[in-house]
Write a protein that binds this ligand. Structure first.
Ligand code: HEM
Length: 486
């Protein structure tokens, strides 16, 4: 047999093996006899998503709408990986709350041995997550969040400066809100003051040279990835974030007792504090878990208000009245009175849910009470929150931006688990209360003296960036901004 013949046979053998493996993977739901969306070769049910032709949220929405009401969940494939797509709110409650102990894992890759900052709450699973979660809940208490308000208000004055004194101007809203949220994270999570130019640079480049197939392999074979020392982020970025936190903690300890006004202080003042590198990992968690959704929420909110001036006027009137009643100061009590502004925020989080789905991996088998349905140990579970938020059976005319949906009475008529922008239960967003405070303070500052209207550069309708897992605008939002003193 000549060389060419052998090479040809080897290639055919290899291709047949790959073909067989793909077929076996894509046969998972059929073998288990579970209702599932028929997969396409290799791409499963997300064809067009990897190449950026459509957003993953669109693919999930289609499957959700097709199967809802037919079973509590349906199987689908993200490329070759089988997923449980949850369709029923009662099952959502079991997974997130009542049987959360069966689903404590998210299944993201973390290698805190060689990449210490990946030891954050979002990425960790198992006993490491459990211990860290128990300690961190002592940091994100309502009393502590209240203590952070004065610092937040101080930071928000920077937004006033960015808005300037001009009567009418066109502004890039994404850049405007990013400067506020970045200042909050730099100051409250990293203890930085003054110039944040270098910090900003690293928050924009910490993913380094992102390689999709390496990320996929790390998710699929985490032990192998750890053995091969796979790192998720750019080494230089991690070194920078860690150096900043260690330096700030050292400085902090030299000073006399300071009022607790940053997360860095709160973390190092716990009864059983984390070590300094662990604290750095939690500070990085703010960048990783928080910056993009915070920016997206404030930008989408101003975009929607610009399109509905009467709603915007109502928010501004509420903000001004509340401030007047509290001698011009933004206090915890004052924030509680911003009921309509909160409705507007919630409606933004419903319509433009930054995290469009929640992830869990079953650590134990789960049999749905009173049914024959079983989620097997090791199954990856996806809860399509954005699809639930746009379900016409739950939210009438779901694509209409209507803050009245969040009036107390309207909320009471909806089923539990129908609004989950922060997830819920054991692994829900630990910072949800702080996030609400940060967004409200941001809106107060942005809207008190300024009116936002669409301009020639405003993209209507708005499109999402298909290249990102989170829901973010495809292009920056530009709006006209007019100063309105009274
Ligand atoms: C608008 C802003 C934000 C939104 C919409 C948001 C939403 C979410 C969602 C949906 C999850 C997953 C919940 C689940 O799986 O049940 C999550 C988890 C998490 N978020 Fe947020 N988040 C925001 C900002 C932040 C910020 C600023 C931080 C800063 C520390 C943060 C820290 C975390 C952490 C640590 C987790 C993982 C908790 C755990 O697994 O124990 N988030 N967030």
């Amino acid at each position: 047999m000549d060389l060419l013949h052998r090479a040809l046979l080897t290639a055919v053998g290899a291709l047949s093996l790959v073909y067989a493996l793909v077929k076996i993977s894509l046969g998972y739901w059929k073998r288990r006899g579970i209702l599932h969306e028929k997969p396409k070769f290799f791409w499963g049910n997300i064809k067009g998503v990897v190449g950026g032709k459509r957003h993953l949220q669109d693919a999930l929405q289609v499957i959700y709408a097709k199967y809802k009401g037919r079973a509590p969940f349906v199987g689908f494939f993200a490329c070759l990986k089988p997923f449980v797509l949850v369709l029923d709110l009662e099952l959502v409650r079991h997974i997130l709350v009542t049987h959360a102990g069966n689903f404590t894992t998210r299944g993201l890759y973390s290698n805190d041995g060689s990449e210490p900052l990946s030891g954050n709450l979002l990425q960790l699973d198992g006993h490491k997550w459990r211990a860290l979660h128990a300690q961190s809940t002592g940091v994100f208490t309502p009393a502590n969040i209240n203590k952070l308000l004065p610092r937040l208000v101080l930071i928000s004055r920077g937004v006033q400066r960015s808005l300037g004194k001009e009567r009418l101007q066109t502004l890039n809203i994404n850049e405007l809100v990013d400067s506020y949220n970045l200042d909050v994270v730099a100051s409250m999570a990293f203890g930085l003051s003054a110039d944040h130019t270098e910090f900003r640079r690293w928050t924009q480049s910490y993913w380094g040279k992102f390689s999709l197939w390496r990320a996929y392999l790390a998710l699929e074979f985490p032990l192998l990835a750890q053995l091969l020392n796979h790192k998720s982020y750019a080494v230089s970025a991690m070194a920078y974030f860690q150096k900043v936190v260690l330096g700030q903690l050292q400085e902090q300890r030299k000073r006399d007792r300071q009022p607790l006004q940053t997360f860095l202080q709160l973390y190092s003042n716990m009864d059983q504090p984390l070590d300094d590198v662990q604290i750095a990992a939690q500070a990085f968690g703010f960048v990783l878990a928080g910056l993009v959704p915070l920016n997206a929420t404030l930008s989408f909110c101003l975009y929607e208000l610009a399109r509905q001036p009467e709603l915007q006027d109502r928010v501004r009137a509420e903000i001004r009245k509340t401030l007047e009643q509290h001698s011009g100061q933004l206090t915890t009590e004052g924030l509680k009175e911003l009921l309509y502004t909160k409705q507007v925020l919630n409606e933004t989080l419903r319509l433009h849910t930054p995290y469009p789905f929640l992830l869990r991996r079953a650590t134990k088998e789960f049999e749905l009470p009173g049914s024959v349905f079983v989620i097997a140990r090791g199954n990856n579970v996806l809860i399509p929150t954005a699809a639930i938020h746009r379900d016409p059976a739950i939210y009438e005319e779901p694509l209409r931006f209507d803050p009245d949906r969040f009036e107390a009475e309207a909320k009471r008529t909806r089923p539990a688990m129908s609004f989950l922008p922060f997830g819920d239960g054991l692994r829900g967003c630990i910072a949800a209360q702080f996030v609400e405070q940060e967004l409200l303070v941001g809106l107060v500052t942005l809207l008190q003296y300024h009116r936002y209207t669409p301009c020639s550069k405003t993209a209507i309708p708005l499109e999402y960036d298909n290249g990102r897992l989170l829901l973010m605008p495809k292009t920056d939002i530009h709006l006209n901004v007019e100063r309105v003193d009274n």
